[in-house]
Design a protein around this ligand. Structure first.
Ligand SMILES: C[S@@+](CC[C@H](N)C(=O)[O-])C[C@H]1O[C@@H](n2cnc3c(N)ncnc32)[C@H](O)[C@@H]1O
Length: 406
């Protein structure tokens, strides 16, 4: 049989073969159960639309046994903090002479009590999910009297990068790869964005972002959002160093989609080159996000892939390039308290070198979702000026850095 007539291997099969090879090494004994979950129906969360007149919806969802997993986590944090305060007031010492507080079984450690523990989830974002093992589906969203839809169905794990960003009142926020707009909508639900720049290079996907904004957000709030279609890698030439918070939710191998759907599958033979170039594109986008943040600003990098090459390795490379090529030092934040807070809703991988990873699980079939939070530390104005007036594009600088580092 000639090459032209040879039966084509389905892209989903190529994807699974690739995953079997790489993820069995990375996830070890966990891979077979993650694989099974990837091949089963995913779970959704219902992100409540605070802009719609939908006061009856929480009660309707609670009657079905769904709960708001974000407020539950927030209550858990408050409860633990009160417990810790009582423990400290009692002054229980461990007798080691180091003054450590003795923690009872089930209580959180001092590291987990750090400020982000409470602040990162004191959010107005409300998302309902069904309990572990309950695979009930949500009804489709309904419009209120003004036509705004009452909730947005999405992978609930997609909210974790938004919660990690921890938007504060009047923050200038950039969503660098925003379409179709689930996370943009969640950012708006905080009610805190002083200005939101939502960008996506794809014109067709940007149209979907507009549709979501029109279906969920009233005009006066939409007016605070600027939607653009730049190549995110060039963002520093548009508006460098101005944002308090930047979300870099990059294109990736979208593992769940690649394992299940032939349509638009990045494992299709003709997309091999594009797939192999993904880590480079992700790195350039993350660098652009870092440069778009103010000194002191925060960046969350996220993917919906399990691949360490697209997750930790990209972040590690970006930290290195920021330091060596741009003289920007970055602090990678510890988000392990997210694991403690959200363990009832999601299954987390416990061995990420940097950031956190939600693993699909048959009883909690969300994700995959990787997220890592970076804080740009303050640098001298002179260095920023040098970088911003550098004659090379960001892509050239990243390529130069990569060739120097081999
Ligand atoms: C994972 S999706 C983003 C999902 C979105 N944040 C959400 O929550 O709905 C990645 C997006 O990156 C966009 N993208 C790809 N290359 C880009 C580039 N060079 N600059 C900006 N966006 C890009 C794609 O069009 C795609 O919409």
């Amino acid at each position: 049989m000639g090459a032209a007539t040879a039966p084509r291997i389905p892209s989903t099969r190529l994807a699974l073969h690739h995953f079997d090879t790489s993820y069995s090494l990375h996830l070890g004994a966990l891979w077979p159960s993650v694989r099974a979950a990837l091949l089963c129906e995913q779970k959704y969360g219902a992100l409540l639309n605070n802009f719609a007149a939908a006061d009856h919806v929480p009660q309707e969802l609670e009657l079905l046994n769904a709960t708001n997993f974000i407020s539950e986590a927030s209550q858990k944090a408050q409860h633990w903090q009160q417990g810790a305060a009582v423990g400290e007031a009692r002054g229980c010492q461990d007798g080691s002479g180091e003054g450590r507080t003795v923690m009872q079984a089930g209580m959180v450690t001092q590291a987990e009590m750090s400020p982000p523990f409470c602040t990162s989830i004191s959010s107005k974002i409300k998302c309902y999910t069904f309990p572990r093992g309950d695979i009930t589906r949500f009804r489709p969203a309904r419009p209120d009297s003004l036509g705004l839809l009452d909730y947005y169905l999405m992978d609930a794990a997609s909210l974790l990068p938004v919660l990690a960003l921890n938007v504060q009142p009047d923050n200038f926020v950039l969503d660098l790869c925003a379409a179709p707009g689930g996370k943009t909508l969640a950012l708006l639900q905080t009610g805190f964005c002083g200005h939101l720049a939502a960008n996506d290079v794809s014109i067709s996907r940007t149209k979907r972002l507009y549709q979501i904004l029109h279906s969920y957000v009233p005009k006066e709030v939409r007016d605070t959002v600027s939607v653009t279609s730049y190549d995110g890698r060039d963002w520093d030439q548009v508006e460098g160093g101005t944002f308090h918070k930047v979300l870099v939710d990059v294109p990736c191998t979208t593992d769940r989609h690649s394992a299940m759907e032939e349509d638009n599958n990045i494992f299709h033979k003709r997309r091999t080159k594009e797939r192999q170039m993904l880590p480079m594109l992700q790195l350039e986008l993350l660098m652009a996000g870092i440069l778009a943040a103010k000194p002191g600003g925060e960046v969350v990098y996220s993917t919906c892939s399990l691949s360490p090459l697209q997750n930790e390795c990209v972040v590690e490379r970006a930290l290195d390039i920021a330091e060596t090529q741009f003289n920007i030092s970055i602090h990678a934040e510890d988000l392990s308290h997210f694991r403690t807070l959200f363990q009832d809703t999601f299954s987390f991988f416990s061995d990420c070198r940097l950031g956190e990873l939600v693993l699909p699980h048959l009883t909690a079939n969300f994700g995959p979702m990787y997220f890592c939070k970076l804080r740009r530390t303050v640098v001298s104005a002179l260095l920023v000026a040098v970088v911003q007036h550098c004659p090379f594009s960001l892509g050239t600088m990243v390529a130069m850095a990569l060739s120097c580092h081999g």
